[in-house]
Design a protein around this ligand. Sequence first.
Ligand SMILES: [Zn+2]
Length: 383
Amino acid sequence: MTYRKFKADFLFTGEGFAREDSVLVTTDDGRVQDVIPAAAAGEDVAYYPGVLSPGFVNCHCHLELSHMRGVVPEATGLVEFLSTVIRGRGVENPEAIAGAIAAGEEEMLVGGIVAVGDICNTADTLEQKRKGRLHYYNFIETIGFIEGGAQLRFDHSRRVLADFGDGVIVPHAPYSVSPALFRMIAEQAGGRVLTIHNQESEAENAFLLVGKGEFLRLYAALGLDVSFFEGTGVRSLESWLAYFDPAQPVIAVHNVATREEDLRMARGYNLRYCLCPNANLYIGRQLPDVELLVRSGCFIVVGTDSLASNHGLSILEELKTLQLAFPGLETSILLQWATLNGALALGMEQQLGSFAPGKRPGVVLIEGVEGGRLGGASVKRLI
Ligand SMILES: [Zn+2]
């Protein structure tokens, strides 16, 4: 068996920085043997200028929307964004869609991403995923705000799930899933992690509270009569949490309009908070209150969202945006969100997320880290 030995200016293990002069030892195919002092590592240690890290975990993507890169104008707000995406979906031919999916995956792979929590409305990404280049957790997304259509929608999602062979059916968002559909989703979860777009804008809270506001324009654009809906009397997060057992793990994505009262209410639930800052800026020029989430002890992970709402599928770019907007966020915390936390959230921690012996987490090199800051950094995949 031949081994590879990596040394860099800094070695991030998934949980923090290793002691100075640490060397990562892996097998040729990247299985971690150990992290040891350079003095004990012997010959053939390869030195890399920069930071070594386990591969990144992208907890929220829609690879199937990759053909929509550049289609939706920026900063139009969520309602406009959703209307455009729903209208623009599937206008490309199948070859163009498949090509964009392959290119999107390649971009993630080159950018150091090893695993993806991927939202699927269709089986368009299935062929690419079968190549096994990245780990995927397939979130089969279901949408249907009209109660009477719930069974039909759920059956459709079950067929998509059957195509993939593995995955779990998840709700799109609190404002697009009926109570009946929520109950079907909760029932099939079986303890597997779910995900949902949560509190992406203040308008979402308003709609869930009283059934009014800007969101009515979205339903009008979709030709849906939602006059039956008078609101739930509570903010968005509380409106959907009620369908789930507190132990049910759920990745809540975006959380732009999540406030302290929401977090207080959600205490005791098994939530992970996924940040997709570049998509938030693209859609509405707003970011979540990340300092509040940190202060409140939230379990945080990171996602890229789709190329319909982002210029790229790069976890490093998401981390840079977070550090620029919230300078108090240290690089080691951000890297932990992007590696070990992501792996834990997707239930892939046995294989990924840290340089613990036995794992095959991928090895990435982050170059251009100046004074501990990610601002000018770039990423290269070593394994
Ligand atoms: Zn999304």
